[in-house]
Design a protein around this ligand. Structure first.
Ligand SMILES: Cc1cc2nc3c(=O)[nH]c(=O)nc-3n(C[C@H](O)[C@H](O)[C@H](O)COP(=O)(O)O)c2cc1C
Length: 254
């Protein structure tokens, strides 16, 4: 990811040039439009949100995507040593059926090793444009997807990313990364003939809970939690609403 264009936030489904040609003034121009337009879902509560967390996530993502790319998130994991670790990841796909959030990782990486030991993880999405801000916290278990499922996702990656995945063993210490640059250029030409490297996998974070926090002044904050019923739990209908499927929805004190 650092190999070809520095100082750019990358999206594996986008050509490098598309990403780098966007300027800050592009964004500011779009933000002005945003302020005038205002989001449909600026205010929300347990009664006004979608009944399924993935519908709510998709709705908000679609709104933001009119202005900026919002497919990055922070993935937090911890292994047997109980030391939490976090890193930025790119969301490759979502599934409403599983309420899952997909991403690519190398099986040799620290995150993959930690997920082998403990597959509970948290993802944080923070979307912000000109003070219009949302935090989405997703907690659940991460499943390593099969080779065939990985292949489906891999086939949609840009050549840049495919080549990147072929030439690097993430996290390994090396003398210098300049050789990798050269290797990357070579692989770009042949990458479409090569299979998905064995150390690259698609993973899916299947949500147990999804919490949306929209700051709006100190006490105007809105916080809505989608969660599953705890075994033996009595539901107080004044506090907890039924969502789609087995999802429950609550307003949470900010
Ligand atoms: C914007 C951005 C997007 C990234 N996307 C991914 C990704 O989708 N998959 C991935 O394995 N690493 C991605 N990385 C690199 C990770 O943040 C991290 O440095 C790397 O995966 C090693 O993490 P680990 O040692 O904790 O396993 C991304 C980094 C940035 C800055």
């Amino acid at each position: 990811m650092i190999l070809r264009a520095k100082n750019c936030i990358k999206d594996p489904f986008m050509n490098m040039s598309d990403t780098c040609n966007r300027t800050l003034s592009d964004l500011i121009e779009k933000n002005d439009g945003l302020q005038q337009q205002k989001f449909d879902m600026v205010r929300f509560s347990k009664s006004s949100v979608e009944r399924h967390p993935m519908d709510q996530f998709n709705k908000m993502q679609t709104e933001y995507e009119k202005f900026i790319k919002v497919n990055q998130f922070i993935l937090c994991t911890s292994g047997n040593d109980n030391k939490p670790s976090a890193r930025t990841m790119v969301l490759t796909k979502t599934s409403k059926e599983q309420t899952s959030f997909h991403f690519f990782a190398m099986t040799t990486s620290r995150k993959a090793e930690e997920l082998e030991e403990n597959n509970y993880a948290t993802a944080i999405f923070l979307w912000t444009i000109n003070g219009v801000l949302n935090q989405i916290r997703v907690e659940g278990r991460v499943n390593k997807l099969s080779e065939s499922e990985t292949l489906k996702d891999y086939s949609k990656l840009s050549d840049d990313y495919k080549a990147y995945y072929h030439i690097t063993q993430q996290g390994q210490a090396v003398q210098s990364v300049s050789d990798l640059q050269e290797k990357h250029e070579k692989f770009l030409g042949i990458v479409h003939e090569l299979p998905c490297p064995f150390h690259v996998r698609s993973y899916a974070l299947e949500a147990d809970s999804v919490e949306i926090f929209k700051p709006d002044g100190l006490f105007g904050n809105e916080r809505v939690l989608y969660r599953k019923q705890i075994e033996g739990e009595d539901i107080n209908e004044l506090i907890t609403s039924n969502g789609e499927g087995d999802w429950l929805i609550e307003n949470i004190c900010p």
